[in-house]
Design a protein around this ligand. Structure first.
Ligand code: HXC
Length: 259
C-alpha cells in the first residue's frame, strides 16, 4: 500500500514491523490522513502472520506534536462530530498485536495519546510528554483525560492537563507512563529489541494476554471516553478554541475571553 505520511517496514527484524510517522516539517502533527494511514497499516500488519509485534516511531525531534491544529482551527463542533476521527483511534486501539512506541522529542496532545494507545514505550533521553491542549482553548480528546489519569494518577494528570506542562522522560518513567529511557542513538533499536522479545513468544498467548491486560483498563473506560469526547466536541463551539488555535497558527499569544 502506498502511504504519504508514514513509512512502513514490514520486517525490520524477524516478526517485527515498523511504522514511522513521516511529516517531519510539521513535527509529525497528526492530520486526518496520517491517522487513517496508521489505521490502515496496522490493519494490514495485524492480519499478516509474518508480523508478531509492531513498533511505532517518529524521528529524533518529534514522535508527534499532536493533532494538526491548522486542520482543526476553523472547525465547528458539528464539523468535528461529523468527521468522527475517533473511529480511527478506536480502530488503532483494537489492534490485536502488541504495539511498542519508540519516542524521542515531543509527544504532545494527540501524540501523547497515541503513545498511550501503545502497549509499551521506549523513550530517548530527550523525550517530552504533554497534554498542552489547554493552551489552545481545548482539552484532550483521544483518551488523554482517561488513560493518562490511569497511567500517572490524578494529581500528575491534572497538572499536565490543566497547566499544559510537559514532563521529561525521567518524570514519565517515574510516573509509570513509559518503560525505559535510553540514549537518543539507541531508542529505536531498544524498542525493536523489546518487540523482538515479545515476537519470540506464542502469538496467540500474546494476543490473549494483551487483550486481558487491556480489559483491566477498559471496563469503565468506554463511558469515560464518550464523556470526554462530548466535552471535546463542545469546545469547538467556543470562541476560545478559535482564538487559541488561530493564535498558534499566527504565532502569537492567545487572548482567552471565556466565551
Ligand atoms: C500543526 C504544528 C503542530 C500541530 C507543530 N506544528 N505542532 N502544526 N499542528 N500540533 C508545526 C508548526 O506550526 C511549525 O510549522 C512547525 O511544526 C514547527 O513548530 P514550531 O512551533 O515552529 O517549533 P518549536 O518552536 O520548536 O516548538 C515545538 C512545539 C510547538 C513545542 C512542539 O510546535 C507546539 O507547541 N506545538 C503544538 C503542540 C500542541 O498544542 N499540541 C496539541 C494539539 S491539539 P511552520 O509551518 O509554522 O514552520 C491535540 C488534540 C488531540 O492534539 C485531540 C484528538 C485527536
Amino acid at each position: 500500500m502506498a502511504y504519504e505520511f508514514i513509512l512502513v517496514e514490514p520486517q525490520v527484524a524477524p516478526y517485527v514491523a515498523l511504522i514511522r510517522l513521516n511529516r517531519p516539517k510539521e513535527y509529525n502533527a497528526l492530520n486526518l490522513q496520517l491517522m487513517g494511514e496508521i489505521r490502515d497499516a496496522l490493519s494490514v500488519l495485524d492480519n499478516d502472520d509474518a508480523v508478531r509485534a509492531i513498533v511505532i516511531t517518529g524521528n529524533e525531534k518529534a514522535f508527534a506534536a499532536g493533532a494538526d491544529i491548522k486542520q482543526m482551527a476553523g472547525k465547528s463542533a458539528v464539523d468535528m462530530l461529523k468527521i468522527d476521527q475517533f473511529s480511527t483511534w478506536d480502530a488503532i486501539r483494537r489492534t490485536k498485536k502488541p504495539l511498542i512506541a519508540a519516542v524521542s522529542g515531543f509527544a504532545l496532545g494527540g501524540g501523547c495519546e497515541l503513545v498511550m494507545h501503545c502497549d509499551m514505550v521506549v523513550a530517548s533521553e530527550t523525550a517530552q510528554f504533554g497534554q498542552p491542549e489547554i493552551n489552545i482553548g481545548v482539552m484532550p480528546g483521544a483518551g488523554g483525560t482517561q488513560r493518562l489519569t490511569k497511567a500517572v494518577g490524578k494529581v500528575r494528570a491534572m497538572e499536565m492537563v490543566l497547566t499544559g506542562r510537559f514532563i521529561s522522560a525521567e518524570e514519565a518513567k517515574d510516573a509509570g507512563l513509559i518503560n525505559k529511557i535510553v540514549p537518543v542513538a539507541l531508542y529505536l533499536d531498544e524498542a525493536i529489541k523489546m518487540a523482538s522479545a515479545v515476537a519470540e513468544k506464542s502469538p496467540i498467548a500474546v494476543q490473549l494476554a494483551k487483550e486481558s491486560v487491556l480489559k483491566a483498563f477498559d471496563t469503565h473506560l468506554q463511558e469515560g471516553l464518550y464523556f470526554e469526547r462530548k466535552n471535546f466536541y463542545m469546545l469547538f463551539a467556543t470562541e476560545d478554541q478559535k482564538e487559541g488555535m488561530n493564535a498558534f497558527v499566527e504565532k502569537r499569544k492567545p487572548d482567552f475571553k471565556g466565551q
